[in-house]
Design a protein around this ligand. Sequence first.
Ligand SMILES: [Zn+2]
Length: 293
Amino acid sequence: MSRRSLRTGLWAAQLVAVFSLLGAAQPARAQFHLPKGLQKYAQKAEDIHKSMTITVDQEKDIGREVAAKLIGYYHLYNNPALAQYVNLVGETVAAQSPRQDIQYHFAILDSDDINAVSAPGGFIFITRGALALCDDESELAGVLAHEVAHVTDKHVVKVIERDKGMAAGFQEASTHMQSDKYKQMLQNMSKNVLVNLLDHGLAPADEYDADEKGVMFAHAAGYPADGLERFLIKMGEATKGNEVPYWSKTHPPVADRNTRIQQEITSQGWQDQNRPRLAERFEMVVAALKPKS
Ligand SMILES: [Zn+2]
């Protein structure tokens, strides 16, 4: 077993362990709407006038809980070779992020929906449906780089810090990070964070920011800069019907995003058509996900 797959395996084992400690989440299969058990957290807010800064250790703790819950609700797609490949591509773009005080982990959720999501601390997920929509590695790199950028700029962490009720309770509980109170607070907070991520999404400004930085990371890693743009065009077409998959629901309109991405690529002079999109090696690993024709 290579070091990388060993590490990926350890991470998965750790998350499973964390999740089993949390106890009985009901498996809500395959659908990407908000699971029932989380709905009551959507309205929860207290108005305590304190603010706080989440430390990196606390961010990782929150991220681990959010990741464990996501996996508990949606389940990992069981394909070690594909998971290893997604980690390889993800780590390649994450290496271009200025934020290297955390380790980035990538995993595949077993859902048909077209979706990608990042938890604080560097836990990044893409659905099987989003992977199947990619036609080459540069598109996958573009999607993962967008999620890396959310982590780099701590978009979710800042949402928590701005939520005075949540932040105040967490600050109080954090004085003893091994205490039951802290662990309970982590669980409650991770549910709130999940609701924000899956139901409301982040502010449009954060999404445009993640697009801009994601394109930058992907290009700096050697990929064509337009991978995300090509993916978004297909996502826009795939989501034209009645169903509105998650990435469309919680992100600004595709046309607006792509206009900005095109402006960025033009102004930076990144229209390099000669860079390989790496379709062949992508197809070799991802072929099993594609619909049979
Ligand atoms: Zn986003």
